[in-house]
Write a protein that binds this ligand. Structure first.
Ligand code: SF4
Ligand code: SF4
Length: 356
């Protein structure tokens, strides 16, 4: 996650001095800037010095200072206070996102997208990145008490994925929000609909990229590879010429192939997809009519519906199919029920006794 805050960088510098040499190149990229992914070892808020580095107790320094000058260990209140605003803002954002999710409200979802782009993207630079996966793989995680925002953000991402599937991709991720908003404004006739067979194969690219990038990191410990496998740095507007060129190609391609990066290329999406495939406690319901009806399958912009099945690894809980389920004039399940009850009502009116 990007964390363009000076205290975070300051602590990262302190951590550099503390971590073993082999870990330094992973904990602290060499060119600190707002474009960087999060330094996984850097908390949001720099901790105050808890103890003096030197022990003066047995030294006669000639000054005869007493111990009153020693820095006190910070209390939890002091640690949390500078993080309260961030925690409150993110909690409010999550509440709004969940309200939009449970109400299946398209309008609220668009508000959430705009906030995700403005607040988490351009404002906070906070996205789940491959750099976080590198940190997880090398167990180089931020210090909990000074990084409560990070743990809230990452914790929500993992827990929501286990419970509902890739909700993070469908609601929270600033880049995903950007491409989903783009999808709303691009004329439908410009779209290239990827044939289902090609889509099923292309879906595997992101898993291949996830494996490749993790192996590359574990071998080289070079976390700057993020620059060429994900476009999240764009929210800090500080890429180099190659990165901007790649981004331009990606965005132009996304105009014609909806959600191109998320569907086929994103390693983070692949990582969350693996979790969602193995968990997703609350799944989207399907009717027996879904075996033959293709309305939802055609409506799904993520290619996540295949006949009666929903591919949980690809589904981002965008609600589009669930809104169709709820529409009693569109969903075949409800139309069949209505027709049956109409027939029964007509039979009852005519005095016909139903045979079954
Ligand atoms: S697939 Fe990647 S870019 Fe797309 S919404 Fe998910 S995490 Fe974000
Ligand atoms: S339309 Fe349904 S199956 Fe497709 S991504 Fe959205 S919620 Fe998932």
């Amino acid at each position: 996650m990007f964390r363009p805050r000076f205290p975070g960088l300051l602590l990262a510098a302190l951590l550099l001095a503390a971590v073993p040499a082999h870990a330094q190149d992973t904990a602290q990229p060499p060119e600190p800037s707002a474009a960087q992914p999060p330094d996984p070892g850097a908390p949001d808020t720099a901790p105050p010095a808890a103890e003096d580095e030197w022990d003066f107790e047995d030294e006669d320094d000639g000054w005869n200072f007493d111990d009153e000058g020693e820095a006190a260990v910070p209390t939890w209140g002091e640690i949390i206070e500078p993080q309260v605003l961030d925690l409150g803002l993110f909690t409010a954002f999550v509440v709004l996102a969940m309200v939009s999710f449970f109400r299946k409200s398209e309008r609220l979802k668009i508000v959430v997208f705009i906030l995700a782009i403005a607040y988490l993207g351009f404002g906070r630079g906070q996205l789940i990145s491959v750099v976080n996966l590198f940190a997880l793989a090398s167990w180089n995680l931020p210090i909990f008490r000074y990084s409560l925002f990070w743990y809230l953000f990452a914790g929500f991402t993992i827990v929501s994925t286990v419970v509902w599937g890739r909700l993070y991709c469908g609601r929270i991720c600033a880049y995903g929000a950007l491409t989903q908003l783009l999808d709303k404004v691009v004329p439908r006739q410009w779209r290239y609909v990827v044939p289902a067979k090609i889509e099923a194969k292309a879906n595997w690219i992101k898993y291949g990229l996830l494996v490749a990038v993790m192996v590359y990191y574990l071998v080289t410990r070079d976390n700057f590879v993020y620059r060429y496998v994900e476009p999240f740095w764009m929210f800090s507007m500080t890429g180099n010429a190659v990165m901007w060129s790649m981004l331009a190609v990606l965005l132009v391609a996304t105009v014609f192939v909806r959600n191109l990066y998320c569907r086929f290329l994103c390693p983070v999406g692949a990582f969350l997809g693996v979790i969602a495939q193995g968990t997703t406690l609350f799944r989207i319901k399907r009717w027996k009519e879904c075996n033959t009806c293709k309305i939802c399958e055609k409506a799904c912009e993520w290619g996540a519906i295949d006949g009666p099945k929903i591919n949980r690894a690809e589904c981002v809980r965008c609600d589009d199919c669930e809104r169709i389920y709820d529409d009693k004039d569109t969903c075949v399940h409800w139309i069949v029920i209505r027709k049956k009850s109409d027939v029964l009502a007509r039979q009852a009116a005519a005095g016909v006794v139903p045979t079954s």
